[in-house]
Design a protein around this ligand. Sequence first.
Ligand code: KMH
Ligand code: ZN
Length: 275
Amino acid sequence: MQKLIITAAICGAEVSKEQNPNVPYTIEEIGKEAESAYNAGASIIHLHVRKDDGTPTQSKERFKECIEEIKNRCPDVIIMPSTGGAVGMTNEERLQPIYLQPAPLMASLDCGTMNFGGDEIFVNTETSIKYFAEEMNKLGIKPELECFDKSHVDMALRQQAKGVINSPMHFNLVFGVNGGITATPRDLVFLVESIPKDSTYTVTGIGRHQFLVATMGILYGGHVRVGLEDNLFISKGKLAESNGQLVDKVVRISKELGREIASPKDARQILNLKN
Ligand code: KMH
Ligand code: ZN
């Protein structure tokens, strides 16, 4: 089995300090949380950024400042900006971080419209998915295909068949969003068996599903994402002290199960990244 790539989703756009005071907002907090995840064993940081008051933003300038801060603390970590941003943002707002120079190696690419967390609607039409993919292709950015349901996997496969998304594809299969697929072993097997064999994939469990999905992913041969974006608790009723604590728990589970952890260098090789 490949070494395990751990992605840390350190911040997100929907969670707040009211829910867990360790959710980072400022540049320094974001740097510190990235460093804690990296020191614990994460090789990829999935990055959203905030204004100092916690408002989600896709500002290119704010991304630049946060990326510089992270790079100063963890020079070789892979930084993967979000192009999902927050529900309600325009496509142009969401795409800003891909135009940074140097271009990021990877960026998230959401593959379908859905109810998100109940009554919010996260809009990703076919036209916008193609546009995001084509912009990333021009810049040599590898998309991480965010799939919250089987229909999103099918959308990615249709775009691959049309030559809009390149192979080998890399998926993030997300389980347990209210509005997306649930988080049972059957769901995980269903999505993983629906993607091409030459793909790589990460699994993400939301909320209380985080470590159950992570464990299934470790056993099934996938990679794993954890972090405060997806889950605020280290165990039932106990808030996570940091992203590093969440990553450390995955590292311990993986080592117990006999699977080694990928370094950023290993991750670059496994994901066929340029540098
Ligand atoms: N904030 C969610 C609406 C991504 O980063 O690409 C979408 C999201 C996905 O977090
Ligand atoms: Zn995200």
